[in-house]
Design a protein around this ligand. Structure first.
Ligand code: BGC
Length: 481
């Protein structure tokens, strides 16, 4: 997860007769499944405040640190690629158990401080599990959570990613401060991830298999039994079963969508949107903000916690604003905030230069840098963070959605990996300001792209988007009357 946000519940069918009485167990089910989002965040956020500790044990240097950080993304690409297959062949539940197992085994394995080659393979496998979880968790939630709370569950996943990033930043700061010896501190940091991973692993065993997958495999009896565990009345169970049957038969009758010109066009929109979600530079901040603040002689709790705190807090308003303002407006606002602050941060680094003596750095330049980072993260968290995933879950016609989301997720991880693997070396090679200007330039391109090619999907049904696509309407006008 990135994070994947579920479609906003727009389907072919009518709402149930009486929407929404469900049993309390549903919350337990959703929370266990959503720990997949938390683990996404824990692994994504792990690097920021552990880089010095990792360096203390493994002496990786800048390039080695970047490579270790980025290998998560390479695993994520493979996980995202194969997750559709796992979801179909193994089922949703077993795929979640598998991801939970990988999260647990790889974080415990890392805590044993193996040689760097093995540690890197373990981070690759953690990335693989993140890739699988970021596809399966939203899918499972959308298929298992009752209609009434489906939308909320989708955003819960996104929120948990940012909570995970925050939590691991916090625990890593504490561990690094309390335990001076990196040989002891690093295992403790990994064990925090292991703790949540074990909750997911053991918890996944009690999850009911998704009724939709069971129906896909012709196991109607079991699907009915599982629905009876979550829904309150037999009437609702019958409704769900009918709805699943309708969707499945519609899915079977339409094939070959991925070769259609209109699908390829909308796929390119999703691909470029996810590319820009990363090329605006978010993971430079998520991964390396403490290091970059360090270049400006800013250390301490503010340097370590600003990004994860602001990122988490401003994901909350995004949930409301996507419906109130619409997707495109948020994307513009976010990109403009990021553009302005990237330029400001770049300028402040001109003043800061390559000062090694903290007393040489003016407090004005430090303040500009800090404010820029805060507003930048606000701009991302409230817009591109959730919206890129949301739009990708909305623009694809139903039968092409799995392929569309797999491809766009892989693109997201690819560009995330490129940023993680190169940001610091780029600063070293071309000067500290350079990378901020580069990401600022991508913000400008992103704004132009949104203006001309991204449709506004707020309040539009999937059917309308598909009909407009088939009719050859310009991409930015899809869904408009
Ligand atoms: C992005 C991740 C990023 C996270 C930060 C997600 O939407 O896809 O790459 O680390 O947001 O909150």
């Amino acid at each position: 997860m990135a994070g994947v946000v579920m479609p906003t519940g727009k389907t072919n069918s009518q709402p149930p007769v009486h929407e929404g009485s469900f049993k309390g167990i549903v919350y337990v089910i959703c929370i266990i499944a959503a720990t997949g989002g938390l683990l996404f965040g824990l692994d994504q956020g792990f690097i920021a405040n552990s880089l010095d500790t990792i360096d203390g044990v493994y002496k990786l240097g800048v390039k080695g640190g970047e490579n270790y950080a980025a290998v998560l993304a390479w695993g994520g690409i493979l996980g995202a690629l194969l997750s559709g297959l796992f979801a179909r062949l193994l089922g949703r539940k077993k795929s979640l158990v598998m991801a939970g197992f990988l999260f647990s085994a790889c974080s415990v394995g890392s805590a044993l401080l193996p040689p760097i080659g093995v540690l890197t393979v373990l981070r690759f496998l953690l990335g693989f599990a993140v890739g699988v979880a970021s596809f399966i968790v939203p899918l499972y939630l959308s298929e298992t959570a009752p209609a009434k709370i489906r939308g909320a569950m989708g955003t819960l996943f996104q929120l948990l990613i940012t909570i995970g990033i925050f939590l691991i930043a916090l625990t890593n700061v504490f561990i690094a401060r309390l335990v001076e010896n990196p040989q002891v501190a690093l295992p403790l940091m990994f064990l925090v991830i292991a703790l949540f991973a074990l909750v997911m692993f053991f918890g996944s065993f009690i999850l009911p298999e998704s009724p939709r997958w069971l129906m896909l495999k012709g196991r109607k009896e079991q699907a009915i039994r599982n629905l009876q565990r979550t829904l309150s009345t037999q009437e609702e169970v019958d409704f769900e079963i009918k709805e699943i049957e309708t969707t499945l038969s519609a899915g079977k009758s339409v094939g070959g969508i991925i070769l259609k010109g209109y699908f390829i066009k909308i796929l390119i929109v999703g691909v470029v949107l996810q590319m820009f979600q990363q090329l605006v530079g978010i993971n430079m901040m998520i991964y390396y903000a403490p290091t970059i603040f360090g270049y400006a002689s800013m250390t301490g709790i503010v340097a370590m916690m600003t990004v994860p705190v602001v990122n988490m807090l401003f994901t909350f308003p995004a949930i409301k604003l996507v419906e109130k303002w619409g997707r495109k407006k948020l994307l513009y606002v976010g990109a403009i905030c990021m553009l302005v602050t990237m330029v400001a941060a770049g300028l402040s680094f001109h003043t800061i230069g390559t000062a090694t003596d903290p007393s040489q750095v003016s407090s004005g330049a430090k303040a500009v840098l800090l404010i820029s980072v805060i507003v930048y993260i606000f701009g991302f968290a409230v817009s591109w963070g959730p919206v890129a995933w949301l739009v990708c879950s909305e623009i694809f016609p139903l039968e092409g959605r799995e392929v569309g989301m797999t491809v766009t997720t892989m693109v997201n991880w690819t560009f995330a990996g490129l940023v993680m693997a190169n940001a610091l070396s780029f600063m070293k090679a071309f000067g500290n300001s350079s990378i901020f200007y580069l990401f600022g330039a991508f913000c400008i391109l992103a704004i132009i792209f949104v203006k001309f090619f991204v449709p506004e999907t707020r309040g539009v049904t999937l059917e309308k988007i598909e009909a407009d696509l088939r009719a050859g309407k310009p991409l930015r006008s899809l869904g408009l009357d």
